[in-house]
Design a protein. Sequence first.
Length: 491
Amino acid sequence: MVPLLADAPAQLLPARELMAFTLATHIVLVPFGVALPLITLVMHHRGLRRNDAVALLLARRWSAVMAVQFAVGVVTGTVLSFEFGLLWPGLMGKWGGVFGIGFGVEAWAFFLEAVLIAIYLYGWRRLKPRTHFLLGLPLPAAALLGAFGILAANSWMNTPQGFRLDAGGSPTDVHIRSAIFTPMLGPQYWHFVVAMLITAGYTVAGVYAVGWLRGRRDRYHRLGFTTPFTLAAVFTPVQFLLGDSIARSVFHKQPVKFAATELVWRTDTHVPEYIFGRLHPDGSVTGGIRIPQFDSVLAGFTPGTEVTGLTSVPADDRPTAAQATIAHWAFDLMVVIGSLLALLALWYGWCRLRRRRLPASPWFFRAAACAGVGSVVAVECGWITAEVGRQPWIVYQHMRVSEAVTATRSTSLWIMLGLVIVVYAFIFGSLLAVLLKMRTGWRLADARRAAGEPREGPETGTPYGPRARVPAGDPPPSGTTGTGTGEESRS
């Protein structure tokens, strides 16, 4: 819970808690909406190019998971859309005409992605293999377009431009191109996209790492692990470069936010770096690991680089000491998790490139099984760093959060938060139940196929080709509609 100013409106705390909860839960699904289509199509392409039935089976099953999580993401994303208007009418009423185009782009991309997912799912064993694959290719682009819309809006809130203020302080003469392509858009967008790819890759691979630890050493689990893990491992070092880029952008464009993230109290050179630690209201830092001069080196490559401190602006224009500590811890935890993932990727790369095999140690697979959870935590930490570090501004240096909040009674907002928590618990519980049910069905189908029951198997040869005809008087197998196998009806 982030401390607020004593004179803040009573609605501010419950409104922020409600927005924080819905964002934190929705963002768990975002990596799969953004990156799982690409991972699925990579596996799909491998299956077609090598006529690999196992790869095609994995692609088909992942596409089913993709559709289920997209459906849940629709619900949580819609709630967020309404919250912008209901909780922050001051923001949308004054500034919606400037940065709202980003939400329009995201909505258009969302509808496009929904149509493409439906076509892709329908196409299994109904379209020609090449046609089906080609119709799936726009899916990653639609997902990236949706991410672009959201990041365009958020980056504008961090570095607002593309307008001028009239005599009454209202925005006018909006320049759409400038409002979309703000200084923070490039660094934020690519850092976000690669984070989504890494998170989805490690999470999907972690499922098969658990299977590997439980003795399932078949090609199905090997391929299900290596393809997403390899993609994630390749992009992990790239993320460090992108993370450095966005940190430097914050240093130049939002110096007070950078100061909060790095616990810099006074503007100075030769500024030390603190790994964790706690900032106090008097500017002192306790705990953590202190590295002399290192923050100046990171910011400008030399110890003499001047770093702007929190005291460069009045107290009500900067994060509180507690908020700065939260942003700092979130940032450091994100970096620590990223470093551990980089070491895991190096371990994997060494064994694959030098020894031409997977790592043999069970500790590698234990770490791989945890990598997905760690990646999700890192994504949450990145969001906390970005949003808490910007306080007290909802539009940086133009509108405070307290000026944008709704006039709805605080009691009503607390009740709404409780209801949302209950509903989200049901939604995510249902999602987990559906995924576990799908997994059980797939395992049963695989067991039947292994036992020599081809009609109950997931596929015969590949997912493409003519369907077997049902003899006259012989009803379709249980769980089918007469248009495919029992596996098809479950996937």
